[in-house]
Write a protein that binds this ligand. Structure first.
Ligand code: ADP
Ligand code: ZN
Length: 620
């Protein structure tokens, strides 16, 4: 099955079909593979889930010799090796989880060229012992995965990656590839330079993730909103991000109490608890992890169906990376966030209080502004998101809340003036709740205490509901017309920008507050717009999968097989393959072989058991 040794070279497309069971290359894969097979160096930029692995795995099988894959985390390596072994490929990982005897066996196969891929951590790669091994071995290529780790500009700097430039000098004749999903230009340039890949051909794919549906809801009743959201995602695996450890503990406990299979994850938990919870998420079906951003790196689970943010992420880069963990398998997935004025206040305060120098505060402030612009936009979220990363997209996507349920915008110029003047006339020393009372002419104790019923602005906003005013204030803070004074109990003050608005010279368009959190639909339901078109059109009818008896049966069988071998279920078959089983209901091995994701080895190993279960389920 494998290319180890000296068999005749196979064509890349044959390897794709026979070994991996896929019918066609995606996007740039064919070009990248052809280039590397021919001996070229490559720098590959592709979003998460774009299919980077095959870009080096297939050349590894086509070129003579052993491919060395550098990967930062044991968990990542193990997943990939498990998946390759399932597909009948000779692959192994060299890392600290092996005892010396096992490690020696791998090294020995490496020297003889009797293995196709060896995964190794960067710190191990540069040891004398390993380099000597490499000197002796026939080498097919080097693939540096998660290459952004070499850059301190990236979100995951690993100093060990710095030593990897030795590959260029010591093995100049061996093709090298660096692969990353990092969306930021500064990091990319740094990677190319640090790894001496100036002469490498660059390949970059669109960063769009068409199968992810983006939604943002106003925070009204967060617990209920979350409950509604989860009710639309029964039995699905997902990640819920919170900003703090306490938040994680609280949400996880509430979900468990409500009967969800949820586990917490944050740096304050004992390592073995963290490990166990992560393991459950990966190896079982339908587990929800409630986590701080400490969770995620090294999680390659392809069938994460949703990523939720209950607190505002600190930048669009972080948001994009975190939401990118949803739907690697290309099936519908949802990125859902709730957000409100409190988030803005918290962030402005954090930035204000920080000890960072002015320059850094400005950078953080502008990152927050972009994040807020995303939350508040009345237009297509994907357009805004991709635009932020420098990708212009002419058409709205059809797969975000703004496209699916367009919001009304209204001329908020007068309302903005009233709100700003309420803040000014009360001396810029009150928070939102009181200002809304002033505008709406409420007779509260606080109003009488301060004689605010005597102000000109008292009651001038009675025509709008308190919720609408709340939205007005939030949007004014988001656009920087109002500032938040954390030292004075979050009092709102009018900024220079606010003073400009007060003059009424520029109209202010606002979005209408959505009827208190409609509760988002399931990722699979509803209309599917233009979004599916631009990218991978391999979203099988997802309505089918969730409640289909065949899908449930094959998923259960997959779990049993995975447990028996101690591997995650998705290395046996991806959800997309199960979904195809459910919709095509194959009856023969020939029909089974035709399913995407079924290569020769998996056909041999699992075909008959899955066919049996399909037949049995249909007979019931
Ligand atoms: P990345 O490393 O870029 O995040 P992966 O290499 O894990 O992405 O690939 C994402 C998913 O897409 C995997 O499930 C993989 O099997 C699948 N995939 C990759 N290439 C193809 C292809 N040509 N046809 C079908 N599925 C593919
Ligand atoms: Zn859209």
């Amino acid at each position: 099955m494998n290319g180890a040794g000296t068999g005749p070279r196979r064509a890349p497309l044959d390897v794709l079909r026979e070994t991996f069971g896929y019918h066609a290359f995606r996007g740039e894969q064919a070009a990248i593979i052809e280039h590397v097979v021919a001996g070229g160096d490559a720098f590959v930029l592709m979003p998460t889930g774009g299919g980077k692995s095959l870009c080096y795995q297939i050349p590894a099988l086509v070129r003579p010799g052993v491919a060395i894959v550098i990967s930062p985390l044991i968990a990542l390596m193990q997943d990939q090796v498990d998946a390759l072994v399932q597909a009948g490929v000779a692959a192994a990982a060299l890392n600290s989880s092996l005892d010396w005897r096992e490690a020696q066996a791998v090294e020995e196969r490496l020297r003889r060229g009797a293995i196709d891929l060896v995964y190794v951590a960067p710190e191990r790669l540069v040891t004398d012992r390993f380099l000597e091994c490499l000197d002796a071995a026939p080498l097919a290529l080097f693939a540096i995965d998660e290459a952004h780790c070499v850059s301190q500009w990236g979100h995951d700097f690993r100093p060990e990656y710095r030593a990897l430039d030795i590959l260029a000098s010591r093995y100049g004749h061996v093709p090298r590839m660096a692969l990353t999903a990092t969306a930021d230009a500064q990091t990319r340039e740094d990677v190319v330079e640090r790894l001496s890949l100036g002469g490498a051909r660059r390949f970059s794919a669109s960063f769009d993730r068409p199968n992810i549906r983006y939604r943002v809801e106003q925070r009204a009743e967060p617990k209920r909103q979350l409950a509604r959201f989860l009710a639309n995602h029964p039995d699905q695996a997902g990640i819920i991000y919170r900003a703090t450890r306490d938040g994680v503990d609280e949400t996880a406990a509430a979900l468990v109490a409500a009967g969800h299979d949820a586990v917490p994850y944050h740096a304050g938990l004992a390592p073995e608890v963290r490990r166990r919870n992560q393991e459950r998420f990966i190896r079982e079906e339908g587990v929800v992890v409630v986590a701080t951003i400490a969770f995620g790196m090294g999680i390659d689970k392809p069938n994460v169906r949703f990523v939720v943010h209950l607190d505002l992420p600190k930048s669009l880069e972080a948001y994009y990376q975190e939401t990118g963990r949803a739907g690697r398998d290309g099936l519908p997935a949802e990125a859902w966030m709730i957000y409100g004025l409190a988030d803005v206040v918290r962030f402005r305060r954090m930035i204000g209080e920080g000890v960072a120098e002015a320059q850094r505060k400005r950078v953080e402030g502008s990152k927050l502004d972009s994040m807020l612009a995303y939350c508040e936009t009345g237009g297509c979220r994907r357009q805004l998101l991709l635009g932020y990363f420098g990708e212009v997209r002419a058409e709205p996507c059809g797969n975000c809340d703004r496209c699916l349920e367009p919001v009304e915008t209204w001329d908020g110029t007068v309302a903005a003036q009233k709100a700003l003047s309420a803040a000014l006339r009360t001396g810029e020393r009150f928070g939102v709740a009181h200002l809304i009372d002033v505008l709406r002419g409420e007779k509260t104790d606080k109003i009488s205490q301060w004689n605010h019923h005597e102000l000109k602005t008292f009651g001038v906003g009675a025509d709008l509901a308190a919720r609408t005013w709340n939205g007005v204030f939030r949007q004014l803070v988001a656009m920087g017309a109002l500032g938040v004074d954390a030292e004075r109990f979050n009092a709102l003050f009018v900024t220079p920008e606010g003073r400009r608005l007060l003059k009424g010279e520029t109209p202010v368009m606002m979005t209408r507050e959505d009827a208190a959190a409609s509760g988002s639909g399931s990722a699979s339901g509803g209309k599917r717009g233009a979004g599916a078109k631009g990218g991978r059109a391999r979203v099988p009818s997802a309505e089918l999968t969730e409640r289909d008896p065949v899908f449930a049966a094959v998923r259960a069988l997959r779990l049993v097989l995975a447990k028996a071998q101690g591997v995650p279920p998705y290395v046996i078959f991806h959800d997309s393959t199960l979904a195809e089983m459910a919709s095509r209901r194959p009856r023969t091995l020939t029909e089974f072989a035709d399913l995407p994701g079924v290569g020769a080895t998996k056909l041999d190993r699992y075909g008959q058991s899955f066919l049996d279960i399909i037949v049995r389920t249909l007979a019931q």
